[in-house]
Design a protein around this ligand. Sequence first.
Ligand SMILES: NC(=O)C1=CN([C@@H]2O[C@H](COP(=O)(O)OP(=O)(O)OC[C@H]3O[C@@H](n4cnc5c(N)ncnc54)[C@H](O)[C@@H]3O)[C@@H](O)[C@H]2O)[C@@H](O)CC1
Ligand SMILES: [K+]
Length: 489
Amino acid sequence: MRRITPDRPWPLHGNAGSRALEARTAAALPPNALMQRAGLSVARLALALAPHAQRFWLACGPGNNGGDGLEAALHLARWGKQPLVSWLGDAGRLPPDAQAALQRVRAAGIALADAPPGAHDFAIDALLGLGSARPLEGRMAEWAERMNSGGTPVLAVDLPSGLSADTGRGGGVRATHTLSLLTLKPGLFTGGGRDAAGEIWFDDLGADLAAEPPAARLIPQPGVMARPHDSHKGRFGDVAVVGGAPGMGGAALLAASAALHAGAGRVFCALLGEPMPLVPGQPELMLRDWASLDLAAMAVACGCGGGDAVRAVLPRVLSTARALVLDADALNAVAADAALHPLLAARPARGWSTVLTPHPLEAARLLGAATQAVQADRLASAQALADRFRCVAVLKGSGTVVAAPGQVPWINPTGTAALATGGTGDVLAGLLAARLAAGQDAFEAAGQGVFLHGAAADRWPVGHSLTAGALAKALSPRASDQAGIRQGC
Ligand SMILES: NC(=O)C1=CN([C@@H]2O[C@H](COP(=O)(O)OP(=O)(O)OC[C@H]3O[C@@H](n4cnc5c(N)ncnc54)[C@H](O)[C@@H]3O)[C@@H](O)[C@H]2O)[C@@H](O)CC1
Ligand SMILES: [K+]
């Protein structure tokens, strides 16, 4: 058992993959052994998290998730703790493993209540796991609410009850900790999952994770891009930011600043609005008329603050830039104008890379779907975008998803709600362009870029408000260097 940190590309298995691994693992073990391992693991973690707690409330549901809770109660009782078991099951309809656990609990003389205890020091949510099939209601919803408002730590067994393992939708319990069993589930890391799950722990219970293909992987901490001493600015490539329609120059300048701080050799900024001779406080940025830029020789970030004006430049951008990040208004223009689609579709055959960085509303426009439909299955939505436009798709939001045709998608473990502020998307576009300019593969650049963008926010000092301009400056490789980084992704 261990706490999950981004030290490796952790494989994430959805419902079907987890069920397949469960069957495979259980088949090699004596009956009930897997659930007994699960219960022991839950009890050990509960004790480690709250060594001085006495009253452990175990809220146990009608299936095997509840069985895990019953097994945990046995251990807590053995260790001198007071297990307060509330159980919602029907003894006549229990799956075999949970049935065996129930008999063991009864044989041990542990009482089963049909309501929550009056008081407890620690709550264990074993209401629902993989079998969650509909929103919580009735007593189950009441017990979940009692856990949420109880003021104690809440350890969710396998999944916070009600949360979809595949998508991170739904939910009811908001745990402080989740112990994911057998597999790590993508739903814990994207959509509502991050808020519902709290700190994530994992016990594979002896499963061979490599036996089932993962639905996604967690982006690991990237290494520092080596910058040899014998370097010159041409080595790290040029970035051109094309955007900033009248009144929206700030977005383009934020992207350009991010590209600069992320290590691009030279950064050009082509504003589609008012001409500006120099950017105050940022003399390194070179302002140019967009038509004069040799886009074929640069990584281009297009769309930041582009407004309607960006539509006019897109045909040339799409048919000349070899490495391209399309953001914000460029995405809206592509969504609104099917005439641009063949230009986008022609890029992979020329060996050119394209990264789309939509937030959910922009993704919905590109897919011709509702935003709720995009959010209902973020992994599938990002993959649909990548497949439709033959590009790397970065679906922003809680647990950003990075997808590409034929690749296992990434889910980003970094970032906080502090990033939900104006301009941080422009910063991401500039950062990704800098990595493309350095010659990185687009899928790798996107994965590492979103990790570093989120990690910069995670490092933000408490009490200091996060602004996009300051975030751009925090992207310097030296800043992430100090976080102690190893090679990966
Ligand atoms: N079989 C085993 O040996 C193991 C099982 N494990 C546990 O088993 C879990 C999966 O067990 P199950 O497949 O029994 O599924 P669950 O225990 O998650 O729930 C299934 C039951 O809940 C009911 N249900 C679903 N949604 C409901 C709702 N909203 N309100 C009320 N009832 C609802 C279903 O009708 C079914 O009776 C995993 O998440 C994991 O915790 C793991 O510990 C590994 C070992
Ligand atoms: K649970």
